[in-house]
Design a protein around this ligand. Sequence first.
Ligand code: GDP
Ligand code: GDP
Lengths: 272, 272
Amino acid sequence: FQFNVMCVGHSGLGKSTLVNTLFSSHLVDSNGRKNVYEPIEKTSEIKVSSHNLMESNVNLKINIIDTPGFGDQINNDRCWEPIVKYIKEQHSQYLRKELTAQRERYIVDNRVHCVLYFITPNNKGLKNLDKIVLKKLCDIANVVPIIAKSDSLTIEERLNFKKTLQEEFAANDFKIYPYDTEDLYDEELQLNKDIRSLIPFAVVGSEKEITTEKGEIVRGRKTRWGSINIEDIQQCEFVYLRDFLTRTHLQDLIETTASIHYEGFRSKQLLA
Amino acid sequence: FQFNVMCVGHSGLGKSTLVNTLFSSHLVDSNGRKNVYEPIEKTSEIKVSSHNLMESNVNLKINIIDTPGFGDQINNDRCWEPIVKYIKEQHSQYLRKELTAQRERYIVDNRVHCVLYFITPNNKGLKNLDKIVLKKLCDIANVVPIIAKSDSLTIEERLNFKKTLQEEFAANDFKIYPYDTEDLYDEELQLNKDIRSLIPFAVVGSEKEITTEKGEIVRGRKTRWGSINIEDIQQCEFVYLRDFLTRTHLQDLIETTASIHYEGFRSKQLLA
Ligand SMILES: Nc1nc2c(ncn2[C@@H]2O[C@H](COP(=O)(O)OP(=O)(O)O)[C@@H](O)[C@H]2O)c(=O)[nH]1
Ligand SMILES: Nc1nc2c(ncn2[C@@H]2O[C@H](COP(=O)(O)OP(=O)(O)O)[C@@H](O)[C@H]2O)c(=O)[nH]1
């Protein structure tokens, strides 16, 4: 099994923290600048890190694709181009391997199965950059939007913000994963509907263990004014996102990438 | 007395919330878009709202200068120009009034006395846009940087972030208010030194009253995982910022604008 996840969002939104928390081990180092004199990186370097994990008795190979510096410049015109190019590049490499005469029995699948898109918790809505990038990414890969650092929103603000975002997704006609296809059973259609009401997932990430007021040791964030347990579904939707990505929809994310995004790419290439 | 404060920062960083909290009354409405179909505003409209307040037995006229849409575009090149222009425009209007033959006994002072610069709490450092804008604004007005929404940082992250920012201010040679001039007494020099160790102020704003676990009614933010009382100096530095702006340095902010920034502008204009 190989699962390739791409993280897209401004730096400092907690991307590396969340990925390390989702797969319960320290996979990625945050790309912070080491000192104040270093210039801020340009987006062009897409970084991939590979990891082998045991996730419920299955040996899972995880590739984390990071897009450092996304949206951090003064002029972010076309900062999405290296990202779109990377995704299409994986499709075309797969196609090349598929078309070779002596092709291997098992082709390594480096196609991007899931794009986690991190939205700034500003309780206002999507920025112009978000709208353009989401439009482009939804057309070529499975995109799962999340509200980053959602502990900075109260529960009321979170509900209001989620509603605004869901309206914006509809207004901009983004094709957000999961897709309903004809071959789904009723329970699967219902599961997709439940998931859609959760999207964007309001998550909090943390690699640190804290002790709560009640003395439990949990993963969370501790401050003088209260501590948040990231695995408590009353406090954030981290557990829903983790189960969605690594349990209920892992298989489908990989298959949909092949059957919808790759096939779409392939027929365009071969017709061209 | 007239006091003119300008707020500069991305939308959604809590600018209107903080200003309304600082002057304990609802002065400004946040410039949120009313619905998802409205395009995001361009920076060009600088909005000024005037208010009369009683602050410790003194009738204070407060002008809040808002810069909606700052840094919210894809290409934010030169988005600081309307802001710099507005500040210089106030200086040149004052100069014109000062130079007229039949000048009024008391000239209305619309010069910008203080610029509150809102920094995103990303625990990484200043972005390229912050560096350019801070450099330009520090040359023409009193700039007071603050860490916005600092409840999204733990106390440890806050200390680390503040240290990084203070290093970046020094590395970029920003002239941040308060300034030490020769005529200050020792206690005033010490007060300025204490203030400088606090800058950027880590603040939290809230217009809502909440009831804490102990049953007190305070202004703060309440979530399922804890409530923050913005006036508790153990939890944030809102009180320090409020006292600094409306008590200890109010007079000096107005005078320094006249004696340092305006005189600098005036001599450049008259020599030109
Ligand atoms: N409030 C809050 N802070 C977070 C969360 N996740 C990460 N952080 C903090 O945000 C900062 C940046 O996180 P990082 O993962 O390096 O961001 P990246 O640049 O997007 O990879 C770190 O100081 C983290 O401790 C979260 O869910 N809530
Ligand atoms: N976590 C947190 N949220 C805040 C704070 N101040 C304001 N907010 C919330 O942030 C959102 C945007 O605030 P607003 O004042 O409208 O931002 P503006 O666009 O910069 O004027 C609102 O939902 C506020 O409730 C704060 O100090 N901490």
